[in-house]
Write a protein that binds this ligand. Structure first.
Ligand SMILES: O=C(O)CCC(=O)C(=O)O
Ligand SMILES: [Fe+2]
Length: 307
């Protein structure tokens, strides 16, 4: 068993229905799938890899040596405690891009390349959301409309550029602790050589295998709520590794902070039999998430209800 790999080009043509069904079951059974033939130009993906790696080398690598993760791991090794592990820090370097952030100045092509990439990924996110809506029996555009607070705001679209530098003791610290993602839909362009991303399914961890030029899609907590639990945001984590500097670029299509999120009434379904989730303002959820990202999502849902 492996995380499903779906050929998006098959949506055009005779295999459309089968491909829609594959996406539907991937959302229901895994909360994760990989996309090939997604129409993002391969030369753009190559340029993205290049500028992100160069940016890390030029602007961030040096700083990572002074990071909290490095200090805590050194302290742990120095303490001589044989079996202790670090469970409150991640072996990860991160920065976030939005429409209006301050851009890294190196390399020169970083800004234009990542702007172009973000435009393409946002289009892909909206296309995937339309597919999810179709499968869920929601009207086209329902999720974007909900995420934009019924048109008064813009959905939030962020891009997180991460590196997981080689770690001298991957037995003592992880790359990124177990969590589900807070937002809507996540589109991840992961390293094609250095692995480490794993997803939990039925109590077992599965590798999200590195495959060149694929985009990994996963369901966030808000789609779980809107689908009333039919699609689940899956727990995932990144293992640290002794060799290689893993690069990953995750783009998040999320609600605006003002948007109200609640289980949707599916077409044909009439009234929801029993809503398994509360109704809440997304910004309130994010406040809880900031403190409880690495804890059970059920607790987060319980603390935010406005009903
Ligand atoms: O780096 C990865 O592959 C996954 C990152 C992730 O799960 C996250 O940023 O939420
Ligand atoms: Fe995540």
């Amino acid at each position: 068993m492996a995380v499903p790999v779906i050929d998006l080009s098959k949506l055009q043509g005779s295999e459309r229905a089968a491909t829609m069904a594959e996406i539907g079951s991937a959302c229901e059974e895994w909360g994760f799938f990989q996309l090939v033939n997604h129409d993002i130009p391969l030369d753009l993906l190559d340029r993205v890899k290049k500028v992100c790696s160069e940016c890390y080398k030029m602007e961030r690598e040096e700083g990572f040596k002074d990071s909290k993760a490095v200090q805590l791991l050194n302290d742990l090794i120095d303490s001589g405690e044989a079996c202790k592990t670090l469970d409150d820090v991640d072996w990860e370097d991160v920065f976030i891009l939005q429409d209006d952030n301050q851009w890294p100045s190196n390399p020169l092509q970083f800004k234009e390349t990542m702007k172009e990439y973000r435009l393409e990924l946002k289009k892909l996110a909206e296309k995937m959301l339309n597919i999810l809506e179709d499968n869920l029996g929601l009207s086209q555009g329902y999720i974007k409309q909900t995420f934009s607070g019924n048109g008064s705001h813009n959905p939030f679209f962020g891009t997180k550029v991460s590196h997981y530098p080689p770690c001298p003791r991957p037995d003592r610290v992880g790359g990124l602790r177990n969590h589900t993602d807070a937002g809507g839909l996540i589109l991840l362009f992961q390293d094609d050589k250095v692995g480490g991303l794993q997803v939990l399914k039925n109590g077992q961890w599965f590798d999200v295998q590195p495959l060149a030029n694929t985009i990994v899609i996963n369901i966030g907590d808000q789609i779980e709520v809107i689908s009333n639990g039919r699609y689940k945001s899956a727990l995932h984590r990144v293992l640290a590794s002794a060799n290689g500097n893993r690069r990953s670029i995750a783009s998040f299509y999320n609600p605006a902070l003002e948007a109200v999120i609640e289980p949707a009434v599916m077409s044909g379904g009439g009234k929801i039999e029993k809503a398994g989730y509360p109704r809440f303002v997304f910004g309130d959820y994010m406040e809880v998430y900031a403190k409880q990202k690495f804890m059970d999502k059920e607790q987060r849902f319980q603390s935010v209800g406005i009903n």
